[in-house]
Design a protein around this ligand. Structure first.
Ligand code: PLP
Length: 485
């Protein structure tokens, strides 16, 4: 036996790793500096990459330089650059330098923080940094945070806890013989709520979508009526999902009134603040958020608007024991004698294994500081407000919904263009701009009409970029309107 691995075993040798890591670091630094010069959306056809890649994996290993070269030559040209300062689709998120560095170190450590002893520091950093975040957001101390990959999973887990709290004992018969459970959300709530309800076995009838008012906020009287009706029918109201920052227009459900109703009715309140949550850092948003501190559970995604690379979704739960009731199940090989003083994160969701996601969030909060984060959010809000003013002042263009956060929703509707024609025109304008590579937007429907969304959340976006995008939109509008006529 020698101390060396056999020639066919072992990892990339350390000095080769060092050399390549420097190359990768240089590439990343150049990419982050220059991404604004690339087309936002790639000029590729479906299947382009599959056609370019070998059908079979290599029998023998290849030099990693070749894989890196293919990454640059084949993969990067097919990327939609979310890092681009003119990417405004969906929720225009950025990671950040500190977040990327945290992600790199987490990949290197490659620990699995499923339980305290499987990586004590990873568990404790998650608890600690989420304690910071909770305090930063002004939430009271009973809330315990855990990190999941996405808001979809956070909401699934929250509603599983709600189901646990609502139904007497699910561990034996499951849902089979109990009264039907019902969840409530506005018609503007994210589809992840429906997915969670379906996944949890409450069925399509388990979710009631409620109408909204003129500002696209949940209609409280409709919620009250629905809960009453369901009780009268023998159903159990299990949870209300209120949204702080809806996907379509960033509208905000009336938090205080919903929280009061949930307390009165004894119904679990889950708040989807996946997008809007970080705005609780700003004192000027406290009135809008007032009441969310009474929720049972809240999801906030630092990977949406807190400059943390995907994925990082935080679920705060007032009664974490309800998450444990839903998910704690420990096979023999995971039993430990570490005692009650430690947290085993595997007890708070479906996944056993978990990445060390707290590291990147910790770096982000430390590097920017609370004031730095506030300044960046305010900058995005200011730019969104200016965009709305600009659209309002431009003949033929209209703002389609209030803009309480940083996602203006608007469209081009010159006189005489209505209904399906207006929808088609706006789709064509968006497609033209997206195809040009100058900027990237996505769309929504507001009360049935197609509208464009311009989400501002990228650390690199400036007023110069926005002016360029506005010019591109107006030019596309002129051309597409001419084609229509
Ligand atoms: N909730 C809201 C309000 C969203 O806008 C989204 C996605 O955009 C989600 C939940 C789902 O987020 P995730 O991709 O983290 O599952």
């Amino acid at each position: 036996m020698t101390g060396e691995p056999s020639p066919s075993a072992g990892d990339l040798p350390p000095e080769e790793f060092r050399f390549l890591a420097h190359q990768v670091a240089d590439w990343v630094a150049d990419y982050l500096r220059d991404v604004g010069d690339l087309p936002v959306f790639p000029d590729v056809h479906p299947g382009f990459l599959r056609e370019a890649l070998p059908q079979m994996p290599p029998d023998e290993g290849e030099p990693l330089e070749e894989a890196l070269e293919d990454f640059r030559r084949l993969v990067v040209p097919g990327i939609t650059h979310w890092n681009h300062p003119s990417f405004h689709g969906y929720f225009a998120i950025t990671g950040s330098g500190p977040g990327i560095l945290g992600e790199m170190l987490a990949a290197a450590l490659n620990v699995n923080a499923m339980m305290w002893r499987s990586s004590p520091a990873a568990t404790e950093l998650e608890e600690h940094v989420l304690g910071w975040l909770r305090d930063m957001l002004g939430l009271p101390s009973p809330f315990m945070g855990t990190i999941n990959d996405t808001a979809s999973h956070s909401t699934l887990y929250a509603l599983a806890a709600a189901r646990e709290a609502a139904a007497a004992d699910l561990s034996g018969p499951g849902l089979a013989n109990g009264p039907p459970l019902r969840c409530y959300a506005s018609e503007e709530a994210h589809s992840s709520v429906d997915k969670a309800v379906l996944t949890l076995g409450m069925g399509r009838e388990g979710i009631r979508r409620l109408p909204t008012n003129g500002r696209l906020e949940m209609d409280l009287s409709a919620l009250r009526k629905a809960i009453r009706e369901d009780r009268d029918r023998g159903c159990i109201p299990a949870a209300v999902v209120a949204t702080l920052g809806t996907t379509s227009t960033s509208s905000v459900d009336p938090m205080g009134a919903i929280a009061a109703l949930c307390r009165e009715e004894g119904v679990w309140l889950h708040v989807d603040a996946a997008y809007g949550g970080p705005l609780a850092l700003l004192p000027e948003f406290h009135d809008l958020f007032a009441g969310w501190e009474h929720a049972e559970s809240i999801v906030v995604n630092p990977h949406k608007w807190l400059f943390t690379p995907v994925d990082c979704s935080v679920l705060f739960c007032r009664r974490p024991e309800m998450l444990r009731a839903a998910f704690s199940l420990t096979p023999e090989y995971l039993q430990s004698r570490d005692g009650d003083g430690v947290t085993n994160l595997m007890d708070y969701g479906v996944a056993l294994g978990r990445r060390f996601r707290a590291l990147k969030l910790w770096f982000v909060i430390r590097y920017f500081g609370v004031e730095g984060l506030r300044a960046r959010l305010r900058d995005h809000l200011a730019m969104a407000g200016e965009w709305v003013t600009e659209v309002q002042a431009e003949p033929g263009w209209e703002v389609m919904a209030p803009c309480p956060m940083a996602t203006p929703v608007f469209r081009y509707a010159p006189e005489g263009v209505e209904g399906g024609d207006a929808d088609g025109l706006n789709q064509a304008i968006m497609d033209r701009v997206n195809r040009s590579g100058v900027a990237f937007l996505s769309h929504t429907r507001v009360r049935g009409s197609l509208a464009l969304r311009l989400s501002i959340g990228n650390l690199k976006t400036t007023r110069v970029h926005l002016a360029r995008t506005w010019e591109a939109l107006k030019e596309a509008a002129t051309r597409e309107a001419a084609r229509l006529s």
